[in-house]
Design a protein. Structure first.
Length: 132
């Protein structure tokens, strides 16, 4: 079973506004993975379809295989999300969740999002406006 983003705060897809100069908001996603022993790997990308850049967030989320829950809440720091971004336009921020580590080989597509054979992933997105 692939890991699935079941809920988020703020709610996906938005739109959400992040004002410049303000304290960066903390976003969360609730991810369901029926294999409680899996470590989840979460990456956030800004406007990936237009410019495949390295992830804004790149973090693992382990679980207790004996007492863990199928639902895990993952906190996402947003302090880098609007850095050097176009202001006052809608940008798409994809949250990619995989049940295996992402491949580091940049010759494999999709670059920064590729996973090994047998791995499963899911993607959900926010529409965010970085306000000047």
């Amino acid at each position: 079973y692939p890991p699935l983003i079941k809920d988020s705060n703020p709610a996906m897809p938005g739109p959400v506004r992040i004002p410049a100069g303000a304290e960066p908001p903390l976003f969360t996603v609730d991810v369901e993975d029926r294999d409680v022993a899996d470590t989840l790997f979460i990456r956030v990308f800004r406007d990936y379809a237009n410019t495949p850049e390295p992830p804004r967030n790149d973090l693992p989320r382990a679980n207790d295989p004996a007492a863990g829950s199928v639902l895990r809440t993952v906190e996402l720091q947003t302090n880098t999300w609007c850095a050097n971004a176009a202001k006052n336009v809608n940008l798409v921020f994809d949250v990619v969740v995989a049940d295996r580590p992402f491949l580091e080989d940049l010759s494999v597509v999709p670059v920064y999002r590729a996973v090994p054979p047998g791995a499963e992933l899911s993607v959900k997105s926010w529409v965010i406006e970085c306000i000047e």
